[in-house]
Ligand binder design. Structure first.
Ligand SMILES: Nc1ncnc2c1ncn2[C@@H]1O[C@H](COP(=O)(O)OP(=O)(O)O)[C@@H](O)[C@H]1O
Ligand SMILES: [Mg+2]
Length: 254
């Protein structure tokens, strides 16, 4: 079991798109990926065409009623197993925020008797560092950080790096991380500048693969599809396939 948090406290950087399409790529390689949707917006759940699931049958059932995670997982046609998200996840901060040790709840839930031995588990996080994202980071062996080319997102990476270093102290281990540049458009100076800055500041953890700006990546969720089902020959499909192979070759999912 390798647990990967797809996290950035900034919204709109491609966390959900990356979770969906890396998981889909892993599913095609028969790696039996699991997605846990930890965002009250439940975008990855919707993008997988899953709607109308009661709160107790979603990740909220685990956090609020201690329902075991393997009872919440459902198999999607593409071979992904999904623990759906739900708007009620937004109540977790208020309900559990003061509970001692709450940040370790997901880790314990994942460790207790899951039959997901070799499965990569991807955690699609909300754009905030609340109880749910803390749970994700505590549970994660590794963090995949999507970033876009705008100035504020790149500046935000510094704060994220500091936050991860703070978390490493109670965890007493390093949280391995990789940054992936998304929505890349070679024709835009802003994107080329962002790539140069990222290489300079984060060269050691920057993925070689960049994800192109591709309308098909934005369209596919409306059809309840991943990019491989929606537009197998698109630049987005090519890039997410490459990213998955790169991460696999670097042992990110072990
Ligand atoms: N490479 C891309 N090319 C075009 N649109 C993209 C790309 N990546 C993400 N998007 C779109 O950008 C928006 C934000 O992406 P999303 O994955 O939801 O970000 P986050 O989960 O970080 O908030 C969505 O509408 C998504 O479809
Ligand atoms: Mg999202």
């Amino acid at each position: 079991m390798a647990v990967i948090a797809v996290f950035n406290q900034k919204g709109g950087v491609g966390k959900t798109t990356t979770t969906l399409n890396v998981a889909a790529s892993l599913a095609m390689l028969e790696r039996n990926p699991v997605i846990i949707d930890l965002d009250p917006q439940a975008h990855v759940t919707l993008a997988l065409g899953v709607k109308g699931v009661p709160t107790e049958a979603c990740a909220s059932g685990f956090f609020r009623s201690d329902i075991p995670l393997d009872r919440l997982a459902r198999r999607i046609g593409s071979g992904i197993r999904l623990i759906p998200g739900h708007p009620d996840l937004s109540k977790v901060d208020v309900l559990l925020g003061n509970t001692p040790g709450v940040a370790g709840k997901l880790r314990k839930g994942l460790e207790s008797g899951l039959a997901w031995d070799d499965a990569p588990i991807l955690l699609d996080c909300a754009p905030a560092l609340g109880v749910l994202s803390l749970n994700a980071l505590f549970a994660a062996d590794r963090v995949l950080i999507p970033v876009t080319s705008d100035y504020l997102t790149i500046q935000g990476l510094n704060r994220l790096d500091v936050a991860l270093r703070v978390l490493e102290q109670p965890l007493k281990r390093r949280i391995e991380r990789r940054v992936v540049l998304t929505r890349y458009d070679e024709s835009k100076p802003q994107c080329r500048d962002a790539l140069a800055t990222l290489k300079q500041r984060y060269g050691g953890i920057l993925c070689d693969t960049k994800i192109a700006e591709d309308p098909a990546l934005a369209e596919s969720p409306a059809h309840g599809m991943d990019i491989f089902a929606y537009a197998a020959d698109s630049p987005g499909a090519r890039d997410y396939r490459h990213l998955t192979m790169e991460l696999l070759s670097k042992g990110f999912f072990q």
